[in-house]
Design a protein around this ligand. Sequence first.
Ligand SMILES: O=C(CO)COP(=O)(O)O
Length: 136
Amino acid sequence: MKIAFIAHDQKKNDIVNFAVAYEPIFCKHELYSTGTTGSRIMEKTNLKIHRFNSGPLGGDQEIGSLIAKNQMDIVFFFRDPLTAQPHEPDISALIRLCDVYSIPLATNMGTAEILIHGLERGDIDWRNIVHEQRTE
Ligand SMILES: O=C(CO)COP(=O)(O)O
């Protein structure tokens, strides 16, 4: 599966801890991130992550474009709901695209825990069927 990590500054420690905790699962997948989030995760894990631009510089939109092309399967986006972000329209657009394409999206640690266990259990295997249908 193709998995994206994104976290606002106040949530970066949380997403790093999450990636460390589930590194044995994440290492089996193809990983992407916005710029700073990916750097922070790679500092603390051995995960290889393809990093896009930082969020405020277009990283959310780059990940959104993968979603629009059916090239992203899961998004972990640890949002900070208490701080205004300069690129709020990009954030809304990314979340909207997840809804347009029914991409599983966790915007907080509580949902992320459920999503990662669902991934391990095969709950998201339907994404493979979507990929097969798109290539037919
Ligand atoms: O701003 C972000 C998401 O909206 C995250 O970007 P960074 O990972 O570059 O900090």
